[in-house]
Write a protein that binds this ligand. Structure first.
Ligand code: FAD
Length: 399
């Protein structure tokens, strides 16, 4: 008899939420984490809950993002209730600033695109934007208001989610790196850790973020690759209420007091698993933040860090059955994994418990790159350089 009914590899937001959902169904669940739980991309992220596309490639993600955003208020209430912890969820919306000479035209395109995608984004004059958020620069040429957007303190959320999972009966195994998925006679029967220990289970779920492609036993390997994002936290004497974004960066408020912690980002860099914070990255983030909110030039820098986004060749998640009985994949959430946590956990629970899912998720099929060789280990064509996240110009804001 397997030692667990479900094993989840990776205690980030995605893995922890799946573990919680399966434990709530009465399954014996192990959540296996190679280091300290919740300290990778889920710790590093900005916490924007934005279903708006950040590039043409992410347009197919919008329905999944909208569905997940709709789940968020209930998800947060439940996690806060079970864990007794706060998560810093705020639903004050976002303001997007446009600076280019073509800003008016880009704004019309953005509004039309968002409306076609079911996102009720509103055009704003720059004066109206400054009324909503007095610290904003008057040098922007156009602005949009995204009243449906929210944000969350992702560090607080992952801590609360892990606490809720433990309270709900999940067995958490930190400092336990999984080396391989075990396949026996065409069925996944468990995992083998780096020290050779075997854990057996009826279902194994891979939620190892940017490291998923390193797991042995999956053929071909999962096509994830790390994309570095650097971040700077500021302490400001002039609080802001909304998430503020433009083509090159963002500012996310963390709390409402004075001084206020603001998280500013980011970079998109294809530098492998290197987690260095660089002078160039930090300079770029601070320049963009001050362009949007000039008073930030006096803000104190209180923290610098970076994280590895789990990217895929088409920048869409790998979500669903892996083509081997007992193996499910939930990774590759790239720039939107915090937003997509509730829906990913919901769909994986449905698959494992009900053997059906309530949304069409075929485009996220983890096997979609299996035929084409180029996908097996990621497309390294931009290796070592900046990743073009805004391929279509400034009507797509940075995430
Ligand atoms: C700078 C930055 C800003 C971001 N901003 C946003 C944002 O505003 N909004 C948004 O929605 N998303 C954002 N993201 C993306 C988001 O953070 C990720 O998509 C999301 O956190 C992925 O969650 P995860 O649980 O899949 O991965 P992770 O949080 O990376 O968790 C994976 C876990 O698996 C563990 N693991 C890996 N390999 C093994 C193994 N072999 N054995 C055991 N454990 C293993 C890791 O240690 C890790 O704890 C941002 C990311 C970055 C880096």
């Amino acid at each position: 008899m397997p030692s667990h009914e479900a094993i989840i590899i990776g205690a980030g937001l995605v893995g922890s939420a799946i573990a919680l959902r399966l434990a709530q169904e009465g399954l014996r669940v192990a959540l296996i984490e190679k280091n300290k739980p919740g300290r990778e991309a889920s710790w590093a992220g900005a916490g924007m809950l934005s279903p708006a596309p950040d590039a043409p490639a992410s347009i197919p993600l919008v329905p999944l993002g909208r569905a997940s955003l709709n789940l968020y208020p209930q998800f947060i209430a439940e996690i806060e209730e079970i864990s007794g912890r706060r998560t810093g969820y705020r639903s004050d919306g976002a303001i997007e600033l446009l600076f280019s000479a073509e800003a008016e035209r880009e704004l019309s395109t953005l509004i039309a695109l968002h409306h076609a995608l079911g996102l009720p984004t509103e055009p704003l004059s720059v004066d109206e934007a400054i009324k909503l958020e007095p610290g904003l620069t008057a040098r922007a040429r156009a602005a949009a208001y995204l009243p449906y957007e929210a944000c969350v303190d992702n560090r607080a959320l992952v801590e609360a989610l892990l606490a809720a999972a433990l309270i709900s009966g999940v067995e958490l195994l930190p400092a336990t790196p999984v080396r391989a998925i075990v396949i026996d006679q065409g069925r996944c029967t468990g995992v083998r850790t780096e020290d050779g220990t075997l854990f057996s289970a009826q279902d194994v779920i891979v939620a190892a973020g940017a490291f998923s492609g390193l797991l042995e036993g999956i053929v071909p390997p999962l096509s994830t690759r790390p994309i570095r994002g650097q971040m700077v936290a500021l302490q400001s004497q002039s609080p802001i209420r909304h998430v503020v974004r433009c083509e090159h960066g963002y500012i996310v408020p963390r709390d409402s007091g004075t001084p206020q912690r603001l998280v500013t980002g980011s970079t998109l860099e294809d530098t492998g698993f290197d987690k260095s914070v660089t002078a160039r990255g930090t300079e770029k983030i601070l320049t963009v933040a001050q362009e949007m909110v000039p008073t930030l030039s006096n803000a104190e820098i209180v923290e610098l860090w970076c994280g590895l986004r789990p990217d895929t060749p088409d920048h869409l998640p790998l979500l669903g059955p892996a083509g081997v009985d007992g193996l499910t994949i939930a990774t590759g959430h790239f720039r939107n994994g915090i937003l997509l946590t509730p829906i990913s956990a919901k769909l994986v629970r449905e698959l494992i418990v009900e053997q059906r899912v309530s949304m069409d998720w075929d485009i996220f099929n983890p096997l979609r790159f299996a035929e084409g060789k180029s996908a097996a280990n990621g497309d390294n064509s931009s290796s070592g350089g900046q990743v073009s996240g805004n391929q279509a110009g400034s009507k797509f804001a940075h995430k």
